[in-house]
Every structure is written in structure tokens, then in C-alpha cells.
Design a protein. Structure first.
Length: 146
């Protein structure tokens, strides 16, 4: 069996091991919440009046109505900030509840981090061989009949 074939099998086995760990699902969820918060913060930066002025996908009449100084512009800016803030708060609350529901031990978390970093390093090796980790995983999963 070639080095590449062995690497693929090892990667699949190690990734399966990671995905079976008690903290994997919880940490995946936390990572997703973090990314969702990042998206909302980026939206906050993109939905400023000066940014919106330059957008060609918004009709000039709408820009005049909601972006020129006045009551509507103030309500518009306040509504954007409020909606973004509410969504960020919802992500934080959901993440907090998730951590309260399924806590894990320091040992489990240490094992998870070791396994996670092992996967990252193996993905680097796969990339060096011009292989895509997700494709390797899916092909090995299919070969294993799962």
C-alpha cells in the first residue's frame, strides 16, 4: 500500500475518532456560533450609511429615503443595530445553554484539542500532496461503506 493510500486511511480513521469524541459536537456548535457572531459583526461594518451609499444594488430613491439625514435614516440605522444586536445575543444565549447542557472534563477537552490539532496537521500533509481533506474523507467513508 502506498504512502498516499496509508495517509488517506489514517486521516479517515483519525477524523472518525475526532467526530466520535464527546466534546466534538459541542465544540463544533460553539465554533459555528462564533462564526455567526463574526458574520453579524461584519454586517454591522457593511451596513453603514457610507457603505450603503456606494452600493449599486440599492435604488437611488431608497438610498435618498433611508440614508439622507432625518427621522427615517435614524430609525433605519437604529433598526439595523438592534437586529444585529438581537441576533448576536441569541447566539450567545444558545451557546451558553449548550455549554450548561453537556459539560465535559478537562481531560476530555485536552484529548479533543490534541485530536483536533492532529487532524489539522494531517490536513496540511494531505494538502502538500495536492489532496483535498474533505474529498479524502468522503472517498474513504464511501470505501468503508458508511
Amino acid at each position: 500500500m502506498s504512502y498516499i493510500d496509508q495517509l488517506k486511511k489514517l486521516y479517515y480513521a483519525e477524523r472518525c475518532k475526532l467526530e466520535s469524541m464527546p466534546s466534538y459536537e459541542q465544540e463544533s456548535r460553539a465554533r459555528l456560533f462564533s462564526k455567526q457572531k463574526d458574520i453579524m459583526n461584519r454586517l454591522r461594518e457593511r451596513l453603514t450609511p457610507s457603505e450603503l451609499e456606494g452600493r449599486s444594488d440599492i435604488a437611488e430613491e431608497i438610498k435618498d429615503q433611508f440614508l439622507l439625514p432625518g427621522e427615517k435614516a435614524d430609525r433605519f440605522k437604529k433598526s439595523i443595530e438592534q437586529q444585529i444586536h438581537e441576533q448576536i445575543d441569541a447566539f450567545d444565549a444558545e451557546a451558553k445553554v449548550g455549554y450548561q447542557r453537556s459539560p465535559y472534563s478537562p481531560e476530555e477537552f485536552a484529548a479533543y484539542l490534541i485530536q483536533l490539532d492532529k487532524i489539522y496537521m494531517m490536513e496540511d500533509l494531505l494538502s502538500e500532496e495536492r489532496l483535498f481533506p474533505d474529498e479524502v474523507y468522503e472517498s474513504q467513508k464511501a470505501a468503508a461503506g458508511q
